[in-house]
Design a protein around this ligand. Structure first.
Ligand SMILES: *Cc1c(COP(=O)(O)O)cnc(C)c1O
Length: 366
């Protein structure tokens, strides 16, 4: 603490990311990175951009990220005006909170922002940063998002918007597109943000709903299914009016959130659909094997459509299990709060060898 802090800084509750230990030989299954490398075309694009003498790095990158936005638009069958890019989807989400989810009633009282009680813990952090009142809506007893509850709570609290990941984090459970459509139709005058960080691993994307629903913003990242967590690129898709709001915030904050390497590397990754399909197919196959093996060890595993599983053992405490794995050089994520998930482990789906090491260690422990 310091007397120089602004009042806002005193109130912040920063997000705590999963650790990135600098140890060799760790089986790292704690932050949902992809176990496979990015498309080889990414490296080609980075080398071409550097061009031997890195002279291009003298020059600012394209502030409009036009080539990348056009590439993303082509992949998803949209126009470039319907695409916003940012420095990781966390930055895109932050701009969406400020630009589209921070509303007040006519009398000046804040309108709450709805999200599930068990969800991505960056959402409450952004609420603190921007002075938004969070309003959580409980998942049902099977850890599913209930759209009827979202609609009823949005109407009862006069919420200013709704946000949730699909599939949800850290549960991995997906929501059907028809359910999202029901939500969009019931709340036509508020923005619904669907954070599809993990959608490529088997859930139904809401992107086809964009055409008919000007209140829908879909957020994607290249960190998970495109193996580029280290390059920091995410994007949002929606009606041009929503995208313009994000651009206005971005241009009031940082004209160049994506550097030259990120722009070309991300484009190369988006264009290599064969690599994308092959690596996500491998992750999905590993997830199915891992789910079966954990189940045979007595774990209860939630049905996952993501690149991680969320599992608990009825006879083990979550923190103790995490510690026992750590002693065997395997790291997974465990959340102490809310209490309802304290005995669950969130385990990133690794390569077959990594999953094998995990299962062997758990067999010893349980
Ligand atoms: C990983 C993740 C993100 C952030 O991804 P970046 O693009 O790396 O910032 C956003 N939302 C959810 C739910 C995530 O799990």
């Amino acid at each position: 603490m310091s007397p120089f802090w602004s009042p806002l800084v005193h109130q912040l509750a920063p997000y705590v990311p999963g650790e990135q230990p600098q140890l060799a030989n760790l089986v790292k299954l704690n932050t949902n990175e992809n176990p496979y490398p990015p498309s080889p075309k990414v490296l080609d694009a980075l080398m071409a951009e550097l061009g031997g003498d890195a002279d291009r790095l003298r020059l600012y990158p394209d502030p409009g990220a036009t080539a990348l936005r056009e590439g993303i638009a082509r992949v998803h069958g949209l126009d470039a005006e319907q695409v916003f890019v940012g420095n990781g989807s966390d930055e895109v989400l932050a701009h969406a909170f400020m630009a589209l989810l921070n509303h007040r009633n006519g009398d000046g009282t804040p309108r709450p922002l709805l999200f599930p009680d068990i969800t991505y813990s960056f959402y409450p952090t952004y609420c603190r940063l921007y002075g938004i009142t969070p309003q959580t809506v409980p998942l049902d007893e099977r850890f599913q998002v209930r759209v009827d509850d979202l609609i009823a709570t949005a109407q009862a609290t006069h919420a200013g918007g709704v946000i949730f990941p699909n599939p949800n984090a850290p549960t991995g459970c997906g929501l059907a597109r028809a359910e999202i459509e029901r939500l969009l139709t019931a709340l036509p005058d508020r923005v619904v943000v669907v954070d599809e960080a993990y959608v490529d691993f088997g859930a139904e994307s809401a992107i086809p709903l964009i055409a008919a629903h000007p209140n829908l913003l879909v957020v994607h990242t290249l960190s998970k299914s495109r193996s580029l967590a280290g390059l920091r690129v995410g994007f949002a898709l929606g009606h041009a009016g929503l995208i313009e709001a994000l651009v206005r915030v971005k241009d009031s904050f940082n004209s160049y959130p994506l550097d030259r390497l990120a722009l070309v590397g991300a484009l190369a990754a988006m264009e290599d659909s064969a690599w994308f399909d092959q690596t996500r197919g491998a992750v999905i196959a590993s997830r199915q094997r891992l789910t079966a093996e954990l189940t045979s060890l007595g774990f209860e595993v939630l049905p996952s459509q993501a690149n991680f599983v969320f599992a608990r053992h009825p006879a083990q405490r979550g923190a103790a299990l995490q510690q026992a794995l750590r002693e065997r050089a395997i790291i997974v994520r465990q959340f102490s709060r809310p209490e309802r998930i304290a005995d669950h482990l969130r385990i990133t789906v690794g390569t077959p060898a990594q999953c094998g090491a995990l299962v062997a260690a758990l067999r010893e422990i349980v």
